[in-house]
Write a protein that binds this ligand. Structure first.
Ligand code: AMP
Ligand code: ZN
Length: 114
């Protein structure tokens, strides 16, 4: 738990969220400023600042984030139309919250990445 981290505060229950999924290691909740009809975040409960701070011991956690994100996307009815997962790493990618998180975005047509 990092005192000035907004996502640690969500994990700790100090800041509310619209929770979609929780287990011992992960939390998923709706993004507060959605950029698509479906936009939620999957985060580890452990404070990991960026993707670059991931260690070998986190490999299962990363796999679980991807798996849970796909399960939730399908539960939201995006299985047929499709959806996108994004992890922004540091400033050039647009990372604003420095607690690792995976965006899951869907419900509209998206541009090719480029
Ligand atoms: P990034 O630019 O990858 O760091 O994305 C951070 C995301 O966190 C943005 O999409 C924000 O809308 C979202 N966000 C920030 N604060 C909250 C919050 N309190 N609850 C839910 N989502 C949040
Ligand atoms: Zn944190």
């Amino acid at each position: 738990m990092i005192d000035d981290c907004i996502f640690c505060k969500i994990v700790d229950g100090q800041i509310p969220c619209t929770k979609l999924y929780e287990d011992d290691n992960l939390l998923a909740f709706e993004d507060i400023h959605p950029i698509a009809p479906t936009h939620f975040l999957v985060i580890p409960k452990e404070h990991i600042p960026t993707l670059d701070d991931v260690e070998e011991r986190h490999a299962q956690l990363l796999g679980d984030m991807l798996y849970v994100s796909a399960q939730l996307a399908q539960q939201k009815g995006l299985g047929a139309s499709g959806y996108r997962q994004v992890i922004n790493c540091r400033e050039s990618a647009g990372q604003v919250v420095f607690h690792l998180h995976m965006h899951v975005i869907g419900g509209r047509k998206m541009d090719k990445m480029g």
